[in-house]
Design a protein around this ligand. Structure first.
Ligand code: ADP
Ligand code: MG
Length: 326
């Protein structure tokens, strides 16, 4: 599309790297992966009205489009390097593209990610992004590999993004009352939705410890269900152990909070399993890099992820997670 839009994106995302031989501007980028590493590659698309509300700020979208992609690299234990951006815009909107580039650049700078190419087309607003990262050969974290006996952990807190979405949705009857909540509490939750933090450092540290790992995009139970299936195991999660932020605790009663924590999407935390003998060292290592994790359950013989009450009975949620095209 318009050359000056591409030029605007390029100038906003000025992060450069020595391993980019040729970046934006030719028919393809030329990249030099480090010798002796595997390349981890992942792509994700955000569609207006499906993955974000039409009025979402361009800056927040720029951040989030990169964040959800980097989260996939974090879940593999990979170190990010390069990104490609596929932008579909209803019109050549310089204000939008400038804001988008700013948000993207803010997060890209934190992780040394260079934007090396992409595509710009006209159509309903959608953002596709592809990221590349490096991982030592054979050391990537996978969904398969969880073993009966492993402890299950999660980084950060759960349910904040889903709560933030509810704070924004004035049409949702369950949001009633949230509008009277302290603005900073609401703001904290909405920020977690709009500016997720990819757990890159934690993912890299976990290569040393974890038997399996996944990032939570669709909801804890749904995503741990994928780990259970791929690993051929069952996973038991203790409802009372799920970590909650003080904002979530302040605004939601127990049952509703549990539903948000176990089935709310968009957390972008890492859920992983570790052999019990390595759990203490893993927690000290994560603490050293300022990335705490909470033990929330265990891997057992079985075939799915289940949420348990303190008495061991299963807690069935109406909804296990975000369902695509539901
Ligand atoms: P071609 O027609 O050869 O595919 P384009 O005009 O689509 O070339 O793109 C020109 C250059 O600009 C390419 O290097 C491409 O990677 C880059 N580019 C286009 N759109 C974007 C974008 N949204 N973000 C980053 N780079 C882009
Ligand atoms: Mg093109």
């Amino acid at each position: 599309m318009e050359f000056d839009l591409i030029e605007l994106i390029r100038s906003r995302c000025a992060m450069t790297r020595a391993d980019v031989r040729l970046g934006i501007g030719d028919d393809a980028a030329l990249l030099s992966p480090p010798a002796g590493h595997e390349l981890a590659v992942s792509t994700d698309t955000l569609v207006a009205g499906v993955h974000f509300a039409a009025g979402t700020a361009a800056r927040d979208l720029g951040w989030k489009a990169l964040a959800v992609n980097l989260s996939d690299l974090a879940a593999m234990g990979a170190t990010p390097a390069w990104a490609l951006l596929s932008l579909t815009l209803p019109e050549p909107d310089r204000t939008f593209v400038g804001g988008f580039g700013e948000g993207f650049a803010e997060l890209a700078a934190q992780h040394g990610v260079a934007l090396v190419g992409g595509d710009t087309t006209r159509g309903p607003l959608a953002i596709g992004m592809t990221v590349h990262g490096f991982v030592p050969p054979g050391r990537a974290l996978r969904r398969e590999g969880a073993r009966a006996g492993d402890f299950v952990f999660v980084t950060g807190t759960l349910g904040d993004a889903a709560a933030g979405l509810r704070c924004l949705d004035r049409g949702d009857p369950r949001a009633h009352g949230l509008f009277n909540a302290p603005p900073d509490t609401r703001e904290t939750l909405v920020r977690r939705l709009e500016r997720p933090t990819p757990r890159i450092a934690a993912g890299a540290a976990l290569r040393e410890f974890a038997n399996s790992c996944i990032d939570i995009s669709d909801g804890l139970l749904a995503d741990l269900g994928h780990v259970a299936t791929r690993s051929g195991v069952g996973i038991e999660i203790d409802a009372d152990e799920l970590p909650a932020s003080s904002a979530l605790l302040a605004l939601f009663e127990r049952d509703e909070r549990l539903a948000l924590q176990a089935a709310g999407g968009d957390d972008y935390e890492l859920a992983f399993s570790v052999p019990p003998a390595r759990a203490g060292e893993m927690q000290r290592d994560l603490a050293r890099i300022g990335a705490g994790a909470t033990r929330i359950g265990r891997v057992v013989a079985g075939d799915r992820a289940r949420l348990l009450r303190a008495d061991g009975s299963e807690l069935i949620l109406q909804r296990r997670g975000w369902e695509h095209f539901a």
